[in-house]
Design a binder for this molecule. Sequence first.
Ligand code: GLN
Length: 474
Amino acid sequence: MKIDINNMTMETARDGLRAGDFTSVELTQAYLTDLPEKNAEMNAYLEIFDDAIEQAKIADQMIASGDATDLTGIPMAIKDNILIKDRKASAASKILSNYVATYDSTVGAKLREAGAVIIGRTNMDEFAMGSSTENSAFGRTMNPIDTQRVPGGSSGGSAAAVAMHGAVYALGSDTGGSIRQPASFCGLVGLYPTYGAVSRYGLMAMSSSLDQIGPFTKTVADAEIVHDAIAGYDPMDATSVPEKTRNENELKQIEPKKIGVPRAIINHPGVLDSVRADFENSLKKLADLGYEIIDIELPSYEMALPTYYIIMPAEASSNLSRYDGTRFGVRQPGKDLLETYMKSRGDGFGAEVRRRIMLGTYVLSAGYYDAYYNKATSVRALIADEFKKAFEIVDAIATPTTPTGAWKAGEMSDPIAMYAADLFTVPANLAGIPAISIPSGADNNNMPLGLHLMASYWDEKTLFHIGKQFQGNK
Ligand code: GLN
């Protein structure tokens, strides 16, 4: 049987494997055949593992013995900040260019147990800081739809890997939009789950109170499959939420009917007209599907971006203090310990990472702590509270995923302008609520745009329900 990877989804791969239409070895081979050439053009993968066929053989045994799960035998890609024992994990940073993981992340262990075929680790903005994957120490990743343009970031390699048909699905991490924004730029589905749903154990911490791991897929149905497979309580992550609490919240679920639209933020001057037009089309489509579209107010939404750009660097600056040239990665020896730290960090970190460490240490410094960090945490609470109140009225909230489509590489040289790309995505992280980006249309350059839907805590099912209908399958 001819394997058509350009139209392969999790569902078709799973069903084909189960029906015996093809084996995992054949499926994996189909992906590997052109992969080096594709990757030479896109730079989506930092490394294509040489044991993918071995993994596929194990998966075929699992299928033969009736032990298959939804992930068994399906080739996938993983972001370079999620640890897999005995494999390199560099977070696309020079300082970790020689680091080999000494243990499995919980998500990595789940993939292995489920018989997933991990074909490689993907490029990203260094330590997940950025929105274009240009901040990688190992070269930028191209957008497979237009190679002149960026794939988004920070999980741009994972997005490009799926968009170039170089994996059936991929995992990324999202702290302020790093799954949803590249998914939108590359015409894919991307999910940020409820904070605490997926274990962060073995995910290199960027901003611990915001980070979550989630999927890139071609369909919403696939995102649900991957999410269900990787979510779950993990005692190794102190912020992982016990199953009982999740279930209690899930039980409250009702069929979604009302979708709220925070008009004020959609009218923000930074949002392109073509994005607004596409968003109106999406709302019309949702209305045609029977949803009631209601204008809502989220007065603090506009403060989310500055709040995020205080909390995130504050947490990142303390998380990144562990990379000192002594405990992990590359060491640049100096005449004493301090000089070793300074040389290793000065040489090992790129410009954006150093910028955020400086911002973070500044907002946490004794004289400014109240003015910045404390203030930001209060605004964060306010944002979460406004969402809670909004979800008493509506079942989901819709915005565009991004204020613009994918820009040309090198075009966004001002870091502050790049931060503005996160306008719509950071509020979900600050509140810890689930959010999804679903392909919706295109901008004036014919680059993909996404519809962004947010739901209340543990209400991923609402996102999947609406998303599947939006994509035209019930
Ligand atoms: N673009 C955002 C930032 O640079 C998001 C990063 C992320 O989600 N990891 O902080």
